[in-house]
Design a protein around this ligand. Structure first.
Ligand code: ADP
Ligand code: MG
Ligand code: MG
Length: 885
């Protein structure tokens, strides 16, 4: 295989390997491609990534074969340019550029002007007739080469330049004369010699091979390794080396260098976007030495800037550049990020690649390009990162607005919210009822805070991770949330809180940015999301191309409505326990729990029945005709117990039961490890009357809605935390019995299913047997992750981050499914379930149902649907479409 490919001039660009980024790297492949389609590219050659890998594996020596191929390729450049490398009268200069498959910070920086030495600099001066330019180029070369190839501290050189400027009273580099540069070069050389212990290399071939070696070696630099690890880039890719004839943007006022995007990468607007600098080279534009100028007249005028745009100052090269932009977009069918140089009025292309973009721009670009016929719908679907949609669905803080940042926590639920600080859920509800916007600030939240979280614009907690109660519930409700802001300390007695050293009190206004975890003092203005237009269009395409259905996790009519607006096709998880905490009911719930016997419990349940029926009615009305998976009561009873004397007293008054008796009963119900305790179907087994009441409420509500709207919802009754077939068998019999009774009483019936959550490893293993009873499985991957890993989701924030940092888990397993481990259980349960019951309905209702990587896995396993919190529904729709393409 060839290891060196030439490009530009009369080079043959026909070998498909040259267009393959895995062989020639991103930069090399695109340079050759631009040359092939006739764009002005300075000639050069690319040494393949394969050669880099070979060099690194076999030890640091270059083969004769490589030396031979490079010598040949150099001749190609020389012939094209008409100059010779190392020629004392008119030297060819080259740049040496690294270029991996994907653009990779951490790789060697580019060396420009290579081929200059004490002799060739004279030749460059006389041939160009510009002495200043020649010596400016030489000093740039010595500085760059010393820095990136020889590993010298570039501060040394910068300091020397600064001193020269100060001595001469210069402000800008442009004031330096040819003689000044000449003096500085002498200084640079002696600085280098002092540091190196030998003279700065004068042999141009030694310079070239030194730079090639430095590029190869940089693949294994610490910087590159860190970047690879963080971005999942395999160590065996290697980098290519590009050696290219120099073109000079620093040859006076008809020369320039610039960077540009073919469209605005922030908004996606179809307008050229970029910056350029006259009489400058390479990185000057981004280095901030001088303020770059606008590319277009329109941009300059919009910014009210004085220095002429390229369009105005260099109309001809600009027109050519604009033409190249259009060609490149048509060719690559994507927005391009471009580097170019103008040498004495002539345009040269130095790089092109797909440009990075914001979420908003990604959406607009994808939709516009379909409209322009550049790409098809499937490509458009693939172009947008589903997670990026998250930024677009919530009101966001005005990026122009000032932020007085108090502290930062975890970005637990996206969106922005401002409001008055409240320190407990009841106050949140009260203040919200009188029309105040509030932010609920808690050490951490619990199910009892739900009403306060609902009433609040946003939630801030001092403890808890990305999957803490606050985070999960807030995401579910679409409330912005910052969790685990450890600098926040709350004094509930004094109704104050300390953030760092700033003291705030209840009623003070703060703003949360759930997108980055910032907490700000005062109100920061927001901008509303745009759900019509491009967003709607892309979603339409996604729906057309996906196989899996997308449901939502929701339990209030409000959330259900929101989820339907976002495109949910049913409910995948309705958690009934949240309904038990409502102000009007909690006392009946407590009465039920603390009752001495079944008779007592039934009395209390009678009070709850109409309330539950109403809950389900409201949900069914929104979800009419759609499947609704309702999970029967799941949390440990423990969570509903009264706290503190006052609550016991209230309950004693309400029920007429002695307070001591109530407290003793509560003591009996206390659990040390409630997550593994008396919860899930275990409640239904021991207190069947609770599930009976819930089933009755569901069926009565379903019959009512069917009667009134003419269309029935399809309740899918889900039994949580099943480990054995027998559990499900007993509880299914209970549900069927209640259904039969209700249907007889109502003289009507609705279709329904009874199924189970798979959230214990045993359930996954025994799925074949469990499927004999269950008509559907919903993978409760939050608990399944917790029970498989033996990691508590409520307590893991403390060690999960270090676990991810050390590479023990690639990502937080509560955020992105542990496909290798927990995924096996899902796959196995799906297979075993289907073997027993081929038409079994399979879905996922854990947090993972809204995570693109997990959704991709769900498609592979062949689940029928994913279920995500309302705001994640669009993300799931897009991710499901990508997974099916
Ligand atoms: P990076 O990958 O960091 O962008 P590049 O290899 O693209 O590094 O080089 C950085 C800059 O150096 C380019 O944008 C261009 O301005 C300049 N440069 C590179 N090669 C040449 C060349 N042959 N002639 C003129 N300028 C060059
Ligand atoms: Mg570049
Ligand atoms: Mg569970």
């Amino acid at each position: 295989n060839k290891t060196v490919y030439t490009f530009g001039g009369a080079a043959d660009h026909s070998d498909p390997r040259q267009a393959d980024k895995t062989v020639t790297g991103g930069k090399g492949a695109n340079l050759a491609e631009m040359a092939r389609i006739g764009l002005p590219v300075p000639p050069g050659f690319t040494i393949t990534t394969e050669e880099c890998v070979r060099y690194l594996q076999e030890g640091a020596d270059f083969s004769d074969d490589l030396r031979g191929q490079v010598a040949e390729a150099l001749k190609h450049i020389e012939a094209t340019v008409g100059k010779k490398f190392g020629d004392a009268s008119d030297p060819l200069l080259v740049s040496v550029r690294s270029g991996a498959r994907v653009s990779m910070p951490g790789m060697m920086d580019t060396v420009l002007n290579l081929g200059l030495n004490d002799e060739t600099v004279q030749g460059l001066a006389s041939a160009s007739g510009d002495e200043r330019f020649a010596w400016d180029s030489y000093r740039r070369f010595i500085q760059m080469y010393s820095d990136v190839v020889l590993g010298l501290d570039h501060g040394l050189f910068e300091e020397a330049l600064e001193i020269t400027k100060e001595d001469n009273d210069y402000y800008a580099d442009t004031e330096m004369t040819a003689d000044d540069w000449k003096t500085l070069v002498a200084e640079y050389k002696s600085l280098a010699e002092e540091e190196l212990g030998h003279p700065f290399p004068q042999d141009v071939h030694e310079q070239l091979w030194g730079a090639i070696k430095a590029v190869f070696d940089s693949w294994d630099s610490d910087r590159a390794k860190v970047y690879r690890r963080l971005n999942d880039i395999p160590a065996d890719w290697g980098t290519a080396v590009n050696v290219q004839a120099m073109v000079f943007g620093n040859m006076g006022d008809t020369s320039a260098t610039g960077v540009a995007f073919t469209r605005d990468p922030a908004t996606g607007e179809k307008a050229y976007y970029g910056e350029y600098l006259i009489n400058a080279q390479g990185e000057d534009v981004v280095a901030g030495i001088r303020t770059p100028q606008y590319l277009t007249k329109a941009a300059r005028e919009a910014a009210n800037a004085k220095p002429l745009s390229m369009e105005e100052a260099m109309p001809e090269p600009y027109a050519e550049l604009a033409h190249v932009f259009d060609l490149l977009e048509k060719h690559y069918k994507d927005m391009q990020d471009i580097e170019f140089t103008v040498q004495q009025g002539k345009l040269w292309m130095l790089q092109t690649r797909s440009g990075k973009r914001t979420a908003k721009a990604a959406l607009k670009l994808a939709v516009d390009m379909v409209g322009e016929g550049l790409i098809d719908e499937k490509t458009a679907i693939r172009r947008v990162d589903p997670m990026a949609l998250d930024q677009l669905l919530h009101p966001t803080l005005d990026p122009e607005a000032k932020r007085d940042v108090l502290t930062s926590g975890l970005p637990a639920s996206p969106g922005a919210a401002s409001g008055k600080i409240v320190l407990d859920a009841d106050t949140a509800e009260n203040w919200a009822q009188r029309g105040e916007k509030v932010i609920l600030v808690r050490v951490e939240t619990s199910p009892e805070d739900i009403h306060g979280m609902h009433a609040a614009q946003g939630i801030l907690t001092a403890r808890g991770g990305m999957t803490s109660h606050a985070a999960v519930v807030a995401r579910g409700m679409g409330r912005p949330c910052v969790s685990g802001a450890s600098q926040v300390s709350i004094d509930r007695q004094a109704k104050t809180l300390l953030i760092g050293n700033r003291e705030l009190k209840e009623g003070d206004t703060i703003t949360l940015d759930g997108g980055n975890g910032q907490v700000m003092a005062g109100e920061v203005p927001t901008i509303e999301p745009e759900l019509a237009g491009d967003f709607a269009r892309l979603m339409e395409w996604a729906d057309k191309h996906r196989r899996m259905r997308v449901r939502t996790n929701a339990e209030t009519p409000h959330d259900c409505r929101m989820a339907r607006q976002f495109g949910a096709e049913g409910i995948g998880l309705c958690r009934t326990e949240h309904m038990f905490f409502d102000a009007g009911r909690i006392s009946a719930v407590r009465e039920m729990i603390l009752a001495d016997d079944e008779r007592g419990r039934r009395v209390a349940l009678e009070k709850l029945l109409p309330e539950q029926r109403k809950d389900f009615r409201e949900i069914f009305e929104v979800m009419v005709g759609l499947p609704c998976t309702i999970r029967l009561l799941d949390p440990p009873l423990h969570e509903f117990l009264p706290h503190g004397h006052a609550e016991f007293e209230e309950l004693a008054n309400a029920t007429g039961v002695g307070i001591d008796h109530l407290k003793r009963r509560a003591g009996e119900l206390h659990e040390f490890n409630p997550m593994l305790g008396h919860r899930g179907c275990r409640l239904g087994i021991t207190f069947p009357e609770i599930y009976e009441m819930q089933a009755r409420a569901i069926f009565e509500a379903a019959c009512e809605v069917a009667r009134e709207s003419g269309e029935a919802p399809v309740p899918e009754i889900m039994i949580p935390l099943v480990a054995t077939k027998r559990e499900l068998e007993l509880l299914k019999a209970l549900v069927d019995r209640v259904a039969k009774q209700v249907f007889e009483e109502q003289g009507a019936s609705v279709e329904y299913l009874v199924g189970t959550m798979i959230e214990l490893p045993r359930a996954a293993l025994m799925a074949g047997e469990i499927a004999e009873e269950g008509a559907f499985f919903s993978f409760g991957t939050n608990d399944l992750t917790q029970t498989t890993l033996g990691v508590s989701r409520d307590d893991s924030a403390r060690f999960l981050a270090p676990y991810v940092d050390k590479g023990i888990f690639p990502r937080d397993p509560f955020v992105s499914l542990d496909i290798d481990g927990v995924g096996q259980l899902v796959e196995l349960a799906a297979e075993r379930g289907r073997a027993t019951r081929p038409d079994i309905k399979l879905g996922i209702c854990g947090e993972h149902g809204g995570d693109p990587a997990s959704i991709d896995f769900c498609e592979k396993v062949g689940l029928d649907y994913v279920s995500a919190s309302p705001y994640r529904v669009p993300i799931a729709r897009l991710a499901a479409a990508q997974a099916s393409l």
